[in-house]
Design a protein around this ligand. Structure first.
Ligand SMILES: Cc1cc2nc3c(=O)[nH]c(=O)nc-3n(C[C@H](O)[C@H](O)[C@H](O)COP(=O)(O)OP(=O)(O)OC[C@H]3O[C@@H](n4cnc5c(N)ncnc54)[C@H](O)[C@@H]3O)c2cc1C
Length: 290
């Protein structure tokens, strides 16, 4: 690994000053779970590594009925998994975390680091897209908000300027009769998903038809994939198993996976059918419950 200078600011403002000063020469490190891997592989060789793990004020989970859920960028996966309010109000998010890596990685890795790493196999982005989340980014010149589904730009590339950092993830309150679920295909529990799917379904309170649907799929494109064509098959209809199977089939036609040691293109496409349907069925059961 190339030598670098290590800096450990104490505040967000100090971090932003360092990012503004060093720009492309610097890289943030939070839990280091992904960052150290890419540095060791030589994919990144920053001159300055800015350690934010001990910054105060970015490790929090808050919730209220008006504002929804807010998670600081330094919140660990384990904290999200174990949060009573997330288990109660955003069950798909805590369930997803139980399948992400091992407890050791979840104890140290942060939600911010996961999203900023921009891995198309990542799980949290899927659920956050299904939940219509937004991200708050900050630089010395101000703050901006980006929809989770627009944040990933390419393989390991996100919409983050060199002088910006991620501060917070915001999940709005779901409408009544919304159900969300996440499912992923793993060789062993906690493995990165060969394919993953998160589905959110909103049922109309008048007639029980599908009012809106959001489907996000991992590992089938350079970024998390929003399966808009598949969503269209559900919206305005009475959802049943046949329709969910149809949505899975359409999603598998939309995606453009590559093959690797874990799965061929054909197998991934088949699994998209299965996992969209499976997550859709659980989302539907939850939407019916309320
Ligand atoms: C063994 C193993 C198994 C894994 N399995 C899974 C899995 O099943 N599913 C899954 O989704 N993930 C998985 N991961 C990935 C893991 O979730 C991430 O490595 C972890 O969440 C990254 O968080 P971190 O705090 O360690 O980030 P770091 O590694 O420190 O940083 C990652 C990237 O984010 C940037 N960054 C971090 N925080 C910020 C911020 N606040 N603002 C701007 N940029 C920032 C860094 O510059 C870097 O580019 C696995 C990782 C390991 C090591």
């Amino acid at each position: 690994m190339k030598e670098f200078e290590y800096v450990a600011p104490k505040t967000v403002e100090e971090t932003l000053s360092l990012l503004s000063q060093y720009k492309e020469e610097a890289k943030i490190i939070a839990g280091g779970q992904s960052m150290l891997v890419v540095m060791r592989q030589g994919l990144l060789a920053p001159e300055y590594v800015i350690d934010i793990k001990n910054l105060s004020g970015l490790d929090y989970i808050t919730y209220d009925e008006r504002e929804g859920l807010k998670m600081g960028a330094l919140t660990t996966h384990r904290a999200i998994e174990k949060s009573p309010i997330i288990q109660r109000r955003f069950r798909a998010l805590s369930e997803m975390e139980t399948t992400l890596a091992t407890i050791q990685t979840r104890n140290w890795g942060t939600i911010g680091g996961n999203l900023c790493h921009g891995d198309p196999a990542g799980d949290p982005a899927l659920v956050l897209i299904a939940l219509n989340a937004t991200l708050k980014l900050k630089s010395l010149s101000g703050e901006r908000s980006v929809a989770m589904e627009k944040f990933s730009k390419d393989m390991l590339e996100v919409d983050l300027r060199p002088d910006e950092m991620l501060l917070e993830i915001h999940v709005p309150i779901p409408k009544p009769r919304t159900g969300t679920a996440h499912e992923k295909l793993m060789m062993m529990h906690g493995d990165a998903g060969i394919v993953g799917a998160a589905v959110s379904i909103i049922l109309s309170s008048k007639d029980g038809m599908c009012e809106d649907a959001r489907i996000a799929i991992s590992n089938v494109a350079p970024t998390p994939w929003r399966a808009r064509e598949a969503e269209k098959r559900l919206i305005g209809k009475a959802i049943n198993d046949g329709l969910l199977a149809e949505a899975g089939r359409v999603a598998s036609e939309e995606v453009e996976p590559t093959s690797d040691v874990h799965a061929s293109v054909e197998y991934r496409k088949e699994m998209v059918k299965v996992f969209v349907k499976r997550a859709g069925r659980r989302a539907m059961e939850r939407a019916k419950q309320g």
